[in-house]
Design a protein around this ligand. Structure first.
Ligand SMILES: [Zn+2]
Length: 97
């Protein structure tokens, strides 16, 4: 019933999203955890909508602050650093792939 109603009334031209829809997935979008098609639509909305754009900015700032306070390094960087160290230990050029 809910899905049927949404299909009937939720349609908008050019598949643009409203504030509520953007808000629901904004966090995933900012974390890069979203598909390209939706990301593009959200970007469009953020450019047009000051309120959501501001919300996105605030979230980014909070995330940056948290990252600065917590000294843990992303897993990928740790992995790269580990490989770097192993290559050095084997006497290889670190830059060689
Ligand atoms: Zn909005």
């Amino acid at each position: 019933m809910k899905e049927w109603t949404m299909k009937l009334f939720g349609r908008k031209p050019k598949g643009s999203m409203n504030c509520h829809q953007v808000g629901a997935v904004l966090q995933e979008f900012l974390d890069g955890d979203i598909d390209e098609e939706r990301a593009r639509r959200i970007e469009e909305h953020l450019e047009e909508c000051r309120r959501c754009g501001l919300e996105a900015e605030t979230y980014e700032r909070i995330k940056a602050t948290l990252a600065a306070q917590r000294p843990d390094v992303p897993e990928e960087s740790v992995e790269r650093l580990r490989e770097f160290g192993e290559r050095l230990a084997r006497g290889e050029e670190p830059s060689s792939q």
